[in-house]
Ligand binder design. Sequence first.
Ligand code: ATP
Length: 229
Amino acid sequence: MTEVIRLTGVGRSFPGDPPVHVLAGVELTVRRGDYVGIVGPSGSGKSTLLNVLGLLDRPDTGSYLLEGAETTALGDRQRTALRGARIGFVFQSFHLMDYRTVEENVMLGGLYTGLTRTQRRDRAAEALDRVAMSHRRTFLPTRLSGGERQRVAIARALIGAPALLLCDEPTGNLDSVTTGAVLDLFDELRANGTTLLVITHDDTVAGRADRRIRLRDGRPVPVAAGAPR
Ligand SMILES: Nc1ncnc2c1ncn2[C@@H]1O[C@H](COP(=O)(O)OP(=O)(O)OP(=O)(O)O)[C@@H](O)[C@H]1O
């Protein structure tokens, strides 16, 4: 199966006295269609790893292949273009624009994909359909529930048909019922071939993934199936 992510010997430290060595010698392979949950306590480096994977931050050492292409040597503009074209982000706090409609918010997700406005509108309609939010197309986000906002944010992330959906605590602001609905949506996306990487401190959320990885001492350690959540 095609590799979407391959990290080899990835390290990331932050200078200071003393410096913080957050990631060290990270090896991680994610294949197309994988659904990976990454867990770890506060401060274990989950966000740092997500920033590296999302091309928002560069590792100090090691190699990061995204769909087989080395990313660490790319310039900022190339990284931005690659991020816009191949990576979708879903955040805990949704990051929707309150003064834009649901449809406009989703269309904004396709701004850096090279699609025309008409294409973006068509894709937005498809993406909203996928997350069952077409009926709220003309609403402002302020008129939506938390779960509905997150579904719109997921539609925005999907509009460019990304190779990878990176989710940072996607259910952190949701109650348990709404969390279940978002996790059901992830199951559907996974079944349709989306590659998902979900970072969470919630073992229940990670437990829905096919594969769970725990960050420990700056490295991902596989969590055995059936291990306590
Ligand atoms: N820009 C930075 N400068 C200095 N130190 C940083 C920076 N970003 C992260 N760190 C340090 O790296 C460590 C890991 O942070 P990170 O945000 O990746 O953890 P996390 O697992 O996402 O935590 P949480 O679950 O609390 O969000 C922390 O100890 C933090 O202090």
